[in-house]
Design a protein around this ligand. Structure first.
Ligand SMILES: Cc1cc2nc3c(=O)[nH]c(=O)nc-3n(C[C@H](O)[C@H](O)[C@H](O)COP(=O)(O)OP(=O)(O)OC[C@H]3O[C@@H](n4cnc5c(N)ncnc54)[C@H](O)[C@@H]3O)c2cc1C
Length: 224
């Protein structure tokens, strides 16, 4: 964990309704040497691996390209900055993750694959996964061995995410869920992925009562 001067954290949109002392606002000059080194690693990765291949990436002619670039990002530790150390990541703080996102955001369309993996694909497990899920998925996601996708959007539900129709129905023996539905515009959906879905959970013969935010599945190949 990187040690930075602790500051009183402002929660959510609190800054809109509360006065914040200027001295309590984090400024880039406060980044530590270690945080700046992480940022430099990300920048060098973009210079060496991404920027020279922008046309190749956008043409999407090689299905393996994005996957292999993600593997390289994983080797450098770029995919594991927010993953706790006990699950193979670096467990860096929020400011470091933001710095990494700021630098890697200059990676044109590749940054969408990268941020979907490290953000919506990995963080739900970091924040809400149980111990079994964390130890099963996070080390593989931090290394890049598995790529993550988050499946929320459906043909009839975009911004209005709660109107999704995909269902996860508990099997009669209660051992697994059967997922049925249609998802679209899923970043990294074409990679061998660990996918998180946002289905309505239900049991046979029972009415749907809850809409769980996510459910992680076994890693699958897109072709399967
Ligand atoms: C590059 C990219 C990557 C993506 N990756 C993923 C992914 O990995 N996983 C995933 O699940 N989805 C992904 N999506 C889909 C994305 O999440 C949806 O496009 C988004 O949720 C918006 O849904 P929609 O396109 O159906 O637009 P709609 O929800 O139909 O909205 C259309 C327009 O209406 C406006 N609007 C909607 N509701 C209201 C309202 N109540 N009041 C006023 N205005 C409103 C919106 O602001 C928008 O301008 C991706 C999309 C893009 C472009």
């Amino acid at each position: 964990m990187i040690a930075t001067e602790p500051k009183a954290s402002i929660k959510g949109g609190e800054f809109l309704i509360k006065e914040t002392e200027a001295a309590k606002v984090f400024i880039p000059e406060e980044f530590t040497e270690e945080q700046l080194m992480i940022a430099a690693t990300c920048r060098e990765f973009l210079e060496r691996e991404i920027w020279p291949r922008l046309n190749e990436i956008d043409n999407a002619k090689s299905p393996e390209l994005i996957s292999s670039l993600m593997d390289k990002a994983g080797e450098l530790g770029i995919l594991g900055t927010s993953v706790p150390e006990q699950y193979g990541g670096f467990g860096t703080n929020f400011n470091t993750s933001m710095l990494v996102a700021e630098v890697t955001g200059a990676g044109h369309s590749f940054s969408v694959a990268l941020s979907a993996h490290t953000g919506i694909g990995t963080l739900p497990i970091v924040y809400y996964g149980n111990e079994d899920q964390k130890s099963k998925y996070l080390p593989q996601l931090a290394s890049g061995e598995w790529k993550a996708a988050y499946c929320l959007t459906e043909p009839d539900s975009g911004s209005d995410a709660n109107s999704g129709k995909t269902k996860a129905v508990l099997s009669e023996d209660g051992k697994h869920y059967v997922l049925n539905g249609q998802k679209m515009w899923i970043t990294n959906g074409g990679l061998p992925t660990c996918t998180l879905y946002s289905p309505r959970l239900t049991r046979p013969g029972k009415r749907i009562k809850t809409c769980q935010h996510s459910l992680s599945s076994e890693p699958t190949k897109a072709s399967q």
